[in-house]
Design a protein around this ligand. Structure first.
Ligand code: HSE
Length: 398
């Protein structure tokens, strides 16, 4: 029998408990022996919840128990999750996590510590919730050079943008609704400012390149400035606004960015709505491939954590190789990225004079017009935009 522990009994932690208890028989079959929860660590009490039978408030109970071979870290945040994870790995316990902040910040180091102690640090749930994407990148697509890994990586903002598109609502109204429904946090900055998607694309780029990507190096723009007027233009263009996280191979490195983008109706990411996520992967041999599913939520995320625990149980004493070295990858400057830009300017402006031949769009908004520039680099756009008295800009995808 393999004994496991869960650190954190919040949304994901209670989900992991539920997945393991509900699917006990089939999990045992897949592991080849019984897998049972010995501890759940949380500071709170949960009266009338069966979890009380295994609840502990003391991390030392887990660390000092040699029977515990696998630990799910679903506490979130950097501290004490980092210290707890490190001590678990150093004492020969594999750790499975959904904690993207921790993976983005300390992934390479924790993978190395795991390796040094013949255990595994697994993090399928850290990107795309329940969508299998870490494992495919790490094991199925290893014969390919990854040319691009991009997608919609944040469920909360995708839900909000879908609502704005379908119902013509303003940003603050959909934010309130998302908060009422429990999708968005009371302090929603991590989602709406793009920080969550930034950490996730940093993790994916680290795996695609095999080196540590510092998420602080990734240009990140959130959705807080998107308005209902932007969607009027988007509709005229047969497009919608999505928060895209993009990472493309440039020479020996990658260029990565998170920002809202106008996505055409025929683009595969256009149909990714509500809290769903999708990750698009382009390999030099594979061509295009897309991974789609529930990007957030209790059970989808818990399913990925529990799946990692099964994998860890099947590999006790063996290392699952991960290609993620601590050596830092210097990203290509985002200024080199090429694309078209959608701008809103006053109706008497002459954007062609600054930007060259483009496409004018009228969405029936008095006093202004929309304009799509020709393809240019971010640097060229920034230079020309200085004199253009732009009301707002959204990047154009494809
Ligand atoms: N806040 C995240 C999201 C949760 O909305 O996608 C899943 O990582």
């Amino acid at each position: 029998m393999i004994k496991v522990a869960i650190m954190g009994y919040g949304t994901v932690g209670s989900g992991v408990y539920e997945v393991i208890r509900t699917n006990e028989k089939s999990i045992d079959k897949k592991v080849g022996q019984k897998l049972r929860i010995k501890y759940v660590l949380d500071l709170r009490e949960f009266p009338d919840d069966p979890v009380m039978e295994v609840l502990t408030h003391d991390f030392e109970d887990i660390i000092n128990d040699e029977e515990v071979r696998i630990v799910a870290e679903v506490m979130g945040g950097l501290h004490p999750a980092y210290e707890f994870t490190k001590r678990c790995l150093e004492t020969g316990k594999s750790v499975c996590t959904s904690n993207k902040e921790l993976v983005a910040e300390y992934g390479a180091e924790l993978i190395q510590i795991a390796k040094d102690h013949q255990v595994n640090y697994l993090f399928e749930a850290s990107v795309g919730g329940g969508i299998p994407i870490i494992r495919p990148l790490n094991s199925s697509l290893t014969a390919d050079v990854i040319l691009e890994v991009s997608g919609i990586l944040n469920g909360t903002t995708n839900y909000m943008l879908t609502k704005m598109d379908r119902e013509g609502l303003e940003y603050l109204d959909v934010l309130k609704e998302a908060q009422d429904k429990g999708y968005a946090e009371l302090h929603p900055e991590a989602d709406v400012e793009g920080w969550d998607a930034c950490r996730k694309i940093a993790i994916l780029t680290s795996l695609a390149s095999g080196n540590q990507v510092d998420y602080r190096d990734i240009y990140t723009e959130g959705i807080t400035k998107i308005t209902s007027e932007d969607f009027l233009y988007a509709k005229k263009l047969n497009r919608s606004v999505k928060l895209l996280a993009i990472s493309r191979k440039v020479g020996d490195t990658y260029c990565a960015m998170v920002s809202p983008a106008l996505v055409h109706r025929e683009h595969p990411l256009y149909v990714v709505n509500d809290v769903f996520n999708a990750v698009f992967v382009k390999g030099n041999m594979l061509g295009n491939s897309m991974f789609y599913g529930s990007g957030a939520g209790k059970l989808p995320t818990a399913s990925a954590v529990a799946g990692d625990m099964v994998d860890a149980a099947r590999h006790l004493g063996k290392i699952i190789t991960l290609f993620w070295d601590p050596e830092k990858l210097e990203l290509a400057p985002v200024e080199q990225m090429n694309r078209r830009f959608f701008i809103r300017v006053k109706s008497d402006a002459e954007p062609e004079k600054l930007f060259g031949d483009g496409e004018r769009i009228h969405a029936g908004i008095s006093g202004e017009i929309g304009f799509i520039t020709p393809v240019m680099t971010e640097a060229e756009y920034a230079e020309k935009a200085k004199d253009a008295q732009i009301i707002s800009m959204i990047r154009v995808e494809g």
